[in-house]
Design a protein around this ligand. Structure first.
Ligand code: ATP
Ligand code: MG
Length: 479
C-alpha cells in the first residue's frame, strides 16, 4: 500500500470528485450526518479504481438520495428499494447507493436480518470485514475524517482479512461472508486471519442457507481473478467447496497400483485453470478449464497392461456440464453449450499432435470445433502440465505444427464454418424423396468425403459425389 501515511490530504484527495461536495452540502443543509463507507474507502487506500460508492447517513437514505438527485438535475433518476430502505442513483460512470445507518440482528434460518435504525458504529459492526468497515465523513466540519473503529487501516497494511466482531457470529449470521472472505483474499492477495479462517471451517455447513445465485456470483469473482487456484484451494481447505461443488472435490487424490500412479486431477485442473487465466479473461473459457476433466473420477480404470486410464472422460464430462450449470444457476444458454463443446473436444488437438498430423484429421477438428477452435487450442495448450520439462516442450512444439496446419487448411478448404455445398432439400428434389434416412446418408457421405479430402468443398464436386452415392443406394433421379 502506497498511502500508509494517513494524512488529511490523502483523505481529501479520495473525496476529490465534485459529487462528494455536493452530497456534503445537501447533507449539511438537512442536518444529516453522512459518510462514504465500505468498498470505496478500502479501494482508495489500495489504489483500486472503484465506481460504486456507498453512502450511509443517520436518517433516511432514500430522502438523502432524492435530495441529491434534485441538485444533480432532472435527468438523474433515483431507484428506490423501499423494502431495503436503500436508494441508488447513477451519475456519469458512478453508481451511488444511499442507506440509513442500521443495526442488524439475525435468525438461524435466514441471512435476511431484522433491521432497526442505528448509529454509524452500529452500521460498521454489521460490515463483513474490518477493511470494509471504514468510513469517511462528508459533513463540512469534519469532511474527510476517517472513522475506523476496528483498525481496518492496519489490516489493509498487513493484508489481512478479519471480521470486525467475533467471526463465528459474523459468519453464522450471514454465511455468504465466508465466500466473500475467500474472494477478497484471492482478489486482493490478502491472508485470512487464523481465527477468522477457523470460523469459516466451523461454519461451512451454514452455506446451505445461501442461494446458489449468491454463491456462484462470488465464485465467478474468484474465477475472474488472475490466479483463481488460490481462492479455490482456500475454498477446498475450508470445506466450503464440498458444500456447493462436490464434483471438484471428487477430482482429488492419487491412487497407486502395481507401482503405477496417476496425477492428482484436482491440482492438475487448478494448474490448467491458472494457465488459461494467464492467456484469456473469457469467464466461460475459464469454466471449460475448470470442468475439462470433471468426468475423470467416474471413468477411472486400472489394468496391468494399460495402467490408469480415463477413457471417455471427455464425453462423460461434457454430459455432466448441463447438470452442474443447472444446479449452480449458471446460464443454460449458448455459454453452457460452449463449455460443453470445449470439454467434449479437449483431447482432440492433443491426440492429433501425438500422431502424424494428417490433413483430414485437421479438417475434422476444424469442422467440429468451428468458431471455438482458437479457444480449444488455448485450453489444450494449458492442459500440458507435465513436471517433465522435455515432455512439455515436445508437446508444445507439436502444437505449433497443429496450429500451422490449422491455418493452412482453413485457408485452403474453409471448413471452419462448413455449410454442405449440396443441401438436404436439393437431394430430396433431385431424387424425388420425402425426408428419410437416405437423405441423411447422402448428406453425411458428402460431408465425410469433403473432410477426408476425397472431394473439394464446392458444389460441382459435391453434386457429382451425390449422383454416385445415389446410384449406390439404387436411387433414380426425378424424371
Ligand atoms: P466489490 O464491489 O468489489 O464486490 P465491496 O466491498 O464494495 O466489493 P459490495 O458488495 O459492493 O462489496 O458491498 C459494499 C459494502 O457493503 C462492503 O464493503 C461491506 O462493507 C458491505 N457488505 C456487503 N456485503 C456484505 C455482507 N454480506 N455482510 C456484511 N457487509 C457487507
Ligand atoms: Mg462495491
Amino acid at each position: 500500500m502506497k498511502k500508509n501515511k494517513l494524512s488529511y490530504v490523502y483523505m481529501k484527495k479520495c473525496l476529490n470528485d465534485p459529487i462528494f461536495n455536493l452530497i456534503s452540502s445537501v447533507a449539511d443543509s438537512r442536518n444529516m450526518p453522512a459518510f462514504v463507507i465500505g468498498g470505496y474507502v478500502r479501494d482508495f487506500y489500495l489504489d483500486r479504481n472503484s465506481k460504486d460508492i456507498d453512502i450511509v447517513t443517520l436518517g433516511s437514505g432514500i430522502e438523502l438520495a432524492e435530495n441529491v438527485a434534485e441538485k444533480l438535475g432532472n435527468d438523474v433518476k433515483v431507484n428506490v428499494f423501499k423494502n431495503f430502505g436503500t436508494a441508488m442513483l447513477r451519475f456519469g460512470d458512478l453508481e451511488i447507493e444511499f442507506v440509513g445507518a442500521r443495526k442488524e440482528s439475525y435468525r438461524m434460518d435466514s441471512r435476511k436480518p431484522i433491521v432497526e435504525n442505528g448509529t454509524l458504529e452500529d452500521d460498521q459492526k454489521r460490515r463483513d470485514f474490518t477493511i470494509n468497515a471504514m468510513a469517511f465523513c462528508l459533513n463540512k466540519e469534519s469532511f474527510g475524517q476517517l472513522s475506523d473503529p476496528f483498525n481496518g487501516i492496519s489490516d489493509l497494511e498487513n493484508k489481512i482479512i478479519r471480521t470486525p466482531l467475533e467471526p463465528n457470529t459474523t459468519f453464522s449470521d450471514d454465511p455468504l461472508r465466508m465466500m466473500r472472505a475467500i474472494r477478497f483474499a484471492n482478489q486482493l492477495d490478502f491472508t485470512i486471519e487464523s481465527s477468522t479462517f477457523q470460523a469459516i471451517k466451523d461454519n461451512k455447513d451454514r452455506l446451505k442457507i445461501v442461494s446458489e445465485e449468491r454463491i456462484i456470483d462470488e465464485f465467478n469473482k474468484i474465477l475472474a481473478t488472475s490466479k483463481p487456484s488460490v481462492g479455490i484451494k482456500l475454498l477446498s481447505e475450508s470445506g466450503l467447496l464440498e458444500e456447493f461443488f462436490p464434483e471438484l472435490i471428487s477430482l482429488k487424490g492419487v491412487d497407486e497400483k502395481s507401482g503405477k500412479m496417476h496425477k492428482d486431477n484436482f491440482y492438475h485442473t487448478l494448474e490448467v485453470l491458472d494457465n488459461v487465466c494467464a492467456q484469456s479473461d473469457n469467464l466461460w473459457l475459464r469454466w471449460a478449464a475448470l470442468l475439462h476433466d470433471i468426468g475423470k473420477p467416474r471413468t477411472k480404470r486400472f489394468t496391468d497392461s494399460t495402467g490408469w486410464t480415463f477413457h471417455g472422460h471427455d464425453h462423460l464430462g461434457a454430459k455432466m456440464v448441463s447438470g452442474i450449470f443447472r444446479r449452480l444457476k449458471l446460464p443454460m444458454n449458448e455459454k453452457m453449450k460452449y463449455v460443453e463443446k470445449l470439454v467434449q473436444l479437449h483431447l482432440r488437438p492433443i491426440v492429433l499432435s501425438q500422431e502424424v498430423v494428417t490433413d483430414s484429421a485437421v479438417r475434422r477438428l476444424l469442422f467440429d470445433a468451428g468458431n471455438e477452435i482458437d479457444d480449444l487450442m488455448m485450453l489444450c495448450e494449458a492442459d500440458i502440465t507435465s513436471k517433465n520439462e522435455k515432455t512439455v516442450i515436445k508437446h508444445l512444439n507439436n502444437f505449433k505444427l497443429v496450429r500451422k496446419k490449422l491455418i493452412e487448411i482453413e485457408e485452403k478448404d474453409a471448413v471452419r464454418n462448413f455449410q454442405p455445398p449440396v443441401s438436404g432439400e436439393q437431394i430430396m428434389e433431385f431424387f424425388n424423396l420425402k425426408p428419410c434416412h437416405q437423405v441423411g446418408e447422402i448428406k453425411n457421405a458428402i460431408k465425410d468425403a469433403i473432410l477426408d479430402g476425397i472431394i473439394k468443398n464446392n458444389y460441382d464436386e459435391a453434386f457429382q459425389f451425390m449422383l454416385k452415392k445415389g446410384e449406390e443406394l439404387g436411387l433414380n433421379p426425378r424424371s
